[in-house]
Design a binder for this molecule. Structure first.
Ligand code: MG
Length: 300
């Protein structure tokens, strides 16, 4: 049914399901589809005064998205949503597009509910903008490529293992943390979540949750891999730098790249790792702490 829908429109439909779950609805209604389209292509709603529209969209915060994405099972489409999906390809075709974009999907949703259309128009929805967006292919998504940054720091202490990039590095100290304290994995997690606009590691894997106690940080990467898949994101590249005084990490980089790549389901050549000392300065320089910075680029 959705073959003709472009990636961004499919993500909006995916988000519509999460909006329905957030609203505890048994069916996916037009208002949920609207929430999904709004999440993926907010530019289509430029100028809309939502209070005036009297339409309440589900709040798709990272917390709500996380909660909703745990829910299992299909949610049936409401009758109007079904009509909108059926109408969208014809609307795209009329505008000489072979693919259904979010602009087409929104036009289809409005065509399925005259009252909602009136409400949105009254609240400032500009049909002109909609038409322009529908005509400029793909412009509405703004999600071709995005980057995210991640940073983490952990204290080092005796009697702890030194886990970096999913690999145990032989050393007299290890990082202190609720999980295995893997700074590199944590920085990569935050970079990936940041690029996907999904908040941060603390939101998804809070250290108040006993579930994550002592767990390998590769588990977090595997979970994030699933989030990215659901959002139709692909990992293009990850670059990271680990800052520590000792020991030398170079010999361990191949194993770390493999471990991270395997957890994320990507080839290892999309991951670059570097190490820096702190020139003996400060906590890191004295060997009391270890830090990592990462940047991730996704394409959607
Ligand atoms: Mg951490």
């Amino acid at each position: 049914m959705f073959e003709a829908f472009d990636e961004a429109a499919r993500r909006a439909i995916f988000m519509a399901r999460l909006a329905a779950i957030t609203d505890q609805s048994k069916t996916i209604e037009l208002v949920h589809l609207l929430a999904g389209i709004h999440k993926e292509a907010p530019v289509l709603f430029r100028g809309v005064d939502w209070a005036k529209s009297k339409i309440r969209l589900a709040r798709l915060t990272p917390e709500n998205l996380h909660k909703a994405s745990q829910a299992q099972g299909d949610i049936p489409l409401g009758a109007k949503t079904k009509r909108a999906f059926a109408a969208a390809p014809a609307i795209a075709k009329k505008l000489q597009s072979s693919r259904v974009s979010n602009a087409h999907l929104l036009a289809a949703a409005l065509s399925a509910d005259a009252r909602m259309k009136k409400q949105l128009q009254k609240a400032g929805l500009a049909q002109e903008n909609l038409k322009k967006s529908a005509e400029s292919r793909g412009a509405e998504s703004g999600r071709a490529s995005r980057s995210g940054i991640g940073y983490d720091l952990h204290r080092l202490s005796e009697k702890r293992k030194l886990m970096i990039g999913g690999v145990e590095v032989p050393f007299e100290k290890g990082s202190v943390g609720h999980s295995d304290g893997d700074v590199l994995c944590h920085a990569v997690c935050d970079a990936l979540l940041g690029a996907a606009g999904m908040g941060d590691i603390g939101t998804h894997f809070p250290d108040s949750d006993q579930k994550w106690r002592g767990v390998s940080s590769l588990v977090f990467l595997r979970q994030i891999r699933q989030y990215l898949q659901r959002g139709n994101w692909k990992i293009r590249h990850i670059d990271a730098v680990v800052v520590l005084e000792r020991p030398k990490l170079g010999p361990h980089f191949p194993a770390m790249r493999e471990a991270i790549a395997k957890s994320l389901g990507i080839p290892a050549d999309r991951i670059n790792l570097k190490a820096k000392t702190h020139e003996g300065i400060g906590e890191i320089g004295r060997g009391e702490a270890i830090a990592a910075h990462a940047i991730a680029t996704l394409e959607g």
